[in-house]
Design a protein around this ligand. Sequence first.
Ligand SMILES: [Zn+2]
Length: 92
Amino acid sequence: MTYGHFFTVLINFIIVAIFLFILIKIITSLIKKKKEEEPKPTCPSCKCEIKEGAKKCQWCTADIPGEDDVSSDDGKASSYETRYMEDKYARS
Ligand SMILES: [Zn+2]
């Protein structure tokens, strides 16, 4: 009688543990996917990942043109495209 009760509790515990494990796995994979979808800002000089809104690269200490910096472009292209094209011309 007591052995039967023990095994019932044990099996219930294992079922709940497996269910929670799968649930947490699904949630973490969803969070990972969401994070990967967001484009991360990169340094135009060294192409390393930088934090959003940074003004200086933490890896090569190059100045990062800000999003609100409109001194160099005429408003046609976005600041990211301008930065990309400037970098492309600088390398060639
Ligand atoms: Zn850099």
